[in-house]
Design a protein around this ligand. Structure first.
Ligand SMILES: [Zn+2]
Length: 159
């Protein structure tokens, strides 16, 4: 997929315990940067992103505080056991046009964790569709308002 940001970090698989490095985790977010090419970012790197870029790339669950921590949930997969799972990405805004990628770590996908995020991967919608059940229903509740607004046919905000 073009113009994605790849997060090169070390993640621990929540299923088999493997230590997964750099691009092996497949941890990336499409559409976060307007660049026509993929970017690789490592912990503490700056990325050229503006606040408006985050709701373009992710579902917006809550607005981050000005200058505060920005938390996003993104999907990754273990190359050893193939378990599809989730990572919490942490950013901090440095100025009007830059964010610093602070770190990423594996998290369990629960409604409580989702509620704590500002942004969530677009892949979450497919996950919930593929995993019907009470837990997915609770995730759906957290995302309900976001999905309704994104599916209502309202005009998309253009840059
Ligand atoms: Zn694994």
């Amino acid at each position: 997929m073009s113009h994605a940001v790849w997060f090169y970090v070390t993640l621990i698989c929540g299923n088999c315990g493997a230590e997964v490095h750099d691009g092996e985790s497949n941890l990336h977010t499409p559409g976060l940067l307007p660049d026509p090419v993929d970017r690789i970012t490592r912990e503490n790197d700056l990325i050229e992103a503006e606040p408006i870029d985050f709701p373009e790339a992710y579902f917006e669950i809550g607005k981050p505080e000005q200058g505060g921590e920005v938390r996003a949930l993104e999907q990754w997969s273990c190359p050893i056991c193939n378990a599809v799972q989730w990572a919490r990405l942490e950013f901090r805004q440095e100025d009007a046009e830059h964010f610093r990628f602070i770190k990423a770590q594996t998290v369990a996908l629960t409604p409580e964790i989702l509620r704590h995020m500002h942004y969530a991967s677009r892949r979450l919608e497919f996950w919930v569709q593929d995993h019907p059940g009470p837990e997915s229903d609770r995730l759906r509740e957290v995302l309900g308002a976001v999905w309704r607004s994104s599916h209502s046919g309202a005009p998309e905000r253009k840059k």
